[in-house]
Design a protein around this ligand. Structure first.
Ligand code: URA
Length: 263
């Protein structure tokens, strides 16, 4: 059992004060009857709650799969710049949401936003080695020599020393398009790997995490509510060849078709 006001504060974007007011003004019903006391005990699994006539569904945790556009910061908040949280509709800005993992400001693609701290910890833990799949648009033509180089565990310059990468995979899907699979996330890693190989990443998209693909019809800046079983797909394995095939079909014309500021 749970207090009605606690239930509403976990499932809506209303503040405690707004919840108290909504209840007092009979905007909230439980099992069809208007209620006036915010401390009423309800069973979140079985009781039917509405706010302004709309059902308030219960989920212990929330998961949003966002297609992050380039130019937006991966952060819970920022004083001056637009963040991924600003892309959520006001009613979806639930307390405790944060981006799980990070994409550079200039990178677009698949990003999970959730309030499930334990799951986020699992997904980000190096122990799980979740493979992240990227599509890179390269300034200079793709060279099959990158494949052995990436597999060897590259050394990237880092200040006065160097960082050694875990073995990574790479496959060309067009003259200037490469699919890259990484199971770690060093700072600007894909860009730095291609720079160390003598090329330059002009644009970067993350299209898959583990076995969870970003749906091809999800526009930049748009997002979907997904379920724990979808999130679990991130913990499943895929392969560079499957990911490259998916990417070729769905994303190889990603930047050709790009229309600025679709979101
Ligand atoms: N590698 C990068 O260079 N940028 C990202 O956002 C992710 C991986």
């Amino acid at each position: 059992m749970m207090r009605l006001d606690r239930f509403l504060s976990g499932q809506t974007a209303l503040s405690r004060r707004e919840i108290g007011e909504a209840v007092r003004r009979a905007r909230v019903t439980v099992n069809g009857a208007a209620v006036r006391s915010p401390d009423l005990k309800i069973n979140p699994e079985t009781d039917r709650v509405t706010l302004d006539g709309k059902p308030v569904c219960y989920a212990e945790y929330h998961y949003f799969l966002l297609h992050k556009p380039a130019g937006v910061l991966t952060a819970a908040r920022d004083r001056s710049q637009k963040t991924v949280m600003d892309l959520l509709k006001p009613e979806d800005r639930l307390p405790g949401l944060f981006p799980c993992g990070r994409l550079d400001k200039d990178t677009s693609g698949l990003l999970l936003i959730t309030d499930d701290g334990a799951l986020s910890h699992r997904l980000l833990s190096p122990k799980h080695h979740i493979t992240k799949y990227y599509l890179a648009q390269l300034r200079d033509p793709y060279d099959t020599a990158y494949e052995a180089l990436f597999r060897s565990g590259m050394a990237l310059r880092e200040g006065s020393g160097e960082e050694i990468c875990l073995p990574a995979e790479c496959q060309g899907i067009g003259p200037h398009l490469a699919v890259v699979a990484l199971c770690e996330g060093k700072y600007h890693q894909v860009r730095r790997m291609f720079a160390a190989a003598g090329n330059f990443v002009e644009k970067l998209l993350r299209f898959q995490l583990g076995a969870l693909e970003m749906p091809a019809n999800l526009a930049q800046g748009a997002y979907l509510t997904i379920l724990p079983k979808d999130v679990e797909m991130m913990l499943k394995t895929s392969s560079i060849s499957l990911a490259a095939a998916f990417c070729s079909v769905n994303y190889s014309s990603y930047w050709i078709n790009e229309r600025a500021h679709l979101w």
